[in-house]
Ligand binder design. Sequence first.
Ligand SMILES: [Zn+2]
Length: 231
Amino acid sequence: MESVSAEVARQVAERLGLDYYGLSPSDIRDLVADIVQGIAANRSTKPSIESLVKNIMRNKEAFLKGLAAKLVERGPPYSVEQLELIVSAAPEVAGRAAPMLYHEARRLGADHIVEALRDLWNRYGRPTPIRCPRCGFNAVAPDLTCIVCGASLSEEEVKKSIGFEGMLESFARRSPPQLVREALRAGYVVVDNEVKPPSLWRPGEYGIQLFLSRRERLLLERILRERASAP
Ligand SMILES: [Zn+2]
């Protein structure tokens, strides 16, 4: 069985031009062996090498997808061509593995891969409402670290990146005044897609705590006064 797999792997690699991806037949032999076994198990007669190759070629896309998933499983280092294969053939897998693949893409200076990963992360990964100012992925965790690039961000950096002052201002203008006063008393707010006072945040929900600077407190107080004196 092993030599059959090796021969099928060699022929498939040649037909699909897998050299281009820097993949040797031995890289793909495991995957081919799985497929060959699956096909053989469903047949009473032993399939020929030719029919095995044909079968794989008929399901080329599924094969490349399986290959890309194997590459992700194997881990770095990758070449640019391998990253391209992973991103195009197995987008769901790539989206979930974006943190690891991002570091590889950066190491290789492959900006087009980084861009593709940003999109796949949003679709298949674990995107958060807050975009990381360093890598541009929606990946800032509640503890202010970035799930994708690993950066530890300061509150200042996050505030600047999300336009916190503007969000705070619209919170203060549209929320019931007692909620704005609550935020002032607590000294912090919770942010996901919007600014909330602590009482509107439920444990287990996504949310990052941002403490109010003196300037931000003054902003809230000023808006409260304006609203109180408005007719
Ligand atoms: Zn980041």
